[in-house]
Design a protein around this ligand. Structure first.
Ligand code: UGA
Length: 430
């Protein structure tokens, strides 16, 4: 099929590459001309496992094209996907101005029937607004359908999630776009669920908020484990073996971050409020998450007492493993809190160093080798769940630290083994 994707951020770029990979011809549109040139030349603005090779391969095969012209994109594609940012506003609601602008641009460029698909995460009822806007700004009486098709990819696993989705959600009020939408997704071999537009939009916010709730739930349980001497890993494993619960997203730690969960939770609370419902449960999810960071910081100050001029090594800056994304990262927040207390930080992240520099500037020392982070430090903090941190040379680390203290905010090591190696080891919920 001929598919257009407007916006080449995380969702747009990975979706475009995966659509091309299964044989569709894809036109990716972005109004940032420098970015378009970079992509045309095979450059990738983000780190995402498997993406660069996939983009290069499909550009070379002529199936993946980049342009700065919405008009050209809309003319060429039968289905036009909107994948632009929907950032949070200070009151927690969603800024839909990019969506509105793109809807007007599409309307202005349309000369034949188009299926316009919203992939960005948006509040329920946005599809209705997009349809109204297109109708209003369309020059001639061109027919179109608006579809909601939320994206469920995780950063760091985006290619894998897109190529093998658990499900594909197609929200539409008309039968006309259903066959074409199924044709787009059939090559991915996933179950397809067709709903009305409002339900599809809600599925995304409800799913992300539920996953965030799962994390806050296990973090709250971790706090009870600490108070009672139980082990949260064992509790999570025992709970997760019930297939109604599942083990995934039951990892306790310093809380969730990233550009989705915090934003989507706030948005869902705000949407509910607008619709006349106080979603207090989700406010508690936010409260537990914020508190989790404070509890971890307290563990550090309880042990080290005064942080002023203490040298602390920090492993992990990205908001989770497998990504260079440091936006709304709990690791960055933790660094900022320790800096505020006067600590001197030596930091390392396998992929996130460059992006962390934009946030932490020259307030920390950047170390390019994970084993050297601990050198001369009073303690080591693990803030991101990168699997490679498990390969840390622990004997070297113990010798390199002036005091063998490790605060593990992601439970990467076994407490008994760490103690046997001579560490004072503090993790979460065990
Ligand atoms: C999340 C969802 O998982 C995706 O399904 C969704 O498509 C995406 O948001 C989105 O809305 O675009 P993402 O933000 O990329 O994906 O990352 P996650 O893997 O969900 O992790 C989010 C945060 O939760 C990270 O800070 C991670 O460290 C934390 N987390 C995750 C935990 O603290 N414990 C866990 O057990 C799992």
């Amino acid at each position: 099929m001929k598919l257009t994707i407007i916006g080449t951020g995380y969702v747009g770029l990975v979706t475009g590459a995966c659509f091309a990979e299964v044989g569709h011809t894809v036109y990716c549109v972005d109004n940032n001309e420098a970015k378009v040139k970079m992509l045309q030349a095979g450059g990738i603005p983000i780190y995402e496992p498997g993406l660069e090779e996939m983009v290069k391969k499909n550009v070379a095969a002529g199936r993946l094209n980049f342009t700065a012209s919405t008009k050209e994109g809309v003319e060429k594609g039968d289905v036009v996907f909107i994948a632009v940012p929907t950032p949070p506003q200070p009151d927690g609601s969603v800024d839909l101005s990019y969506i509105e602008t793109v809807a007007r641009d599409i309307a202005a460029a349309m000369t034949s029937y188009k299926i316009i698909v919203d992939k960005s995460t948006v509040p329920v009822k946005t599809g209705e607004k997009v349809a109204e806007t297109i109708k209003r700004y369309c020059k001639s009486k061109v027919e179109f359908d608006v579809v909601s098709n939320p994206e469920f990819l995780r950063e760091g696993f985006a290619v894998e999630d897109l190529m093998k989705p658990d499900r594909v959600v197609i929200g539409t009020t008309s039968q006309r776009p259903v066959a074409a939408m199924k044709e787009v997704y059939t090559p991915f071999g996933a179950p397809i669920i067709v709903t009305d537009i409002n339900s599809a939009e809600l599925i995304k916010h409800a799913a992300n908020s539920f996953l965030a709730l799962k994390i806050s739930y296990i973090n709250a349980v971790a706090n009870i484990c600490e108070a009672s001497g139980a082990n949260v890993e064992e509790v999570a494993t025992g709970m997760g073996m019930d297939i109604r619960i599942g083990r995934r997203f039951l990892n306790a730690g310093i809380g969730f971050g990233g550009s989705c969960f915090p934003k989507d939770l706030s948005a869902f609370i705000k949407i509910s409020e607008t619709l006349g419902y106080d979603f207090a449960l989700l406010k508690e999810v936010q409260r537990i998450n914020a508190n989790q960071m404070e509890r971890f910081l307290k563990k550090i100050t309880d042990t080290l007492w005064v942080l002023r001029d203490k040298k602390i090594g920090v492993l992990g800056l990205a908001f989770k493993q497998n990504t260079d994304d440091c936006r709304t990262s709990p690791a960055i927040e933790l660094c900022q809190k320790m800096l505020k207390e006067g600590a001197k930080l030596r930091v390392y992240d396998p992929k996130g160093m460059e992006k962390a520099k934009d946030l932490l500037k020259d307030t920390v020392t950047y170390v390019d080798d994970m084993d050297a982070v601990a050198d001369g430090c009073d303690a080591l903090v693990i803030a991101t769940e990168w699997p490679e941190f498990k390969k840390l040379d622990l004997t070297r680390t113990r010798k390199a630290l002036s005091h063998p203290i490790v605060f593990d905010g992601r439970n990467l090591f076994d407490p008994k083994e760490m103690e046997a190696l001579g560490f004072i080891y503090k993790s979460v919920g065990r």
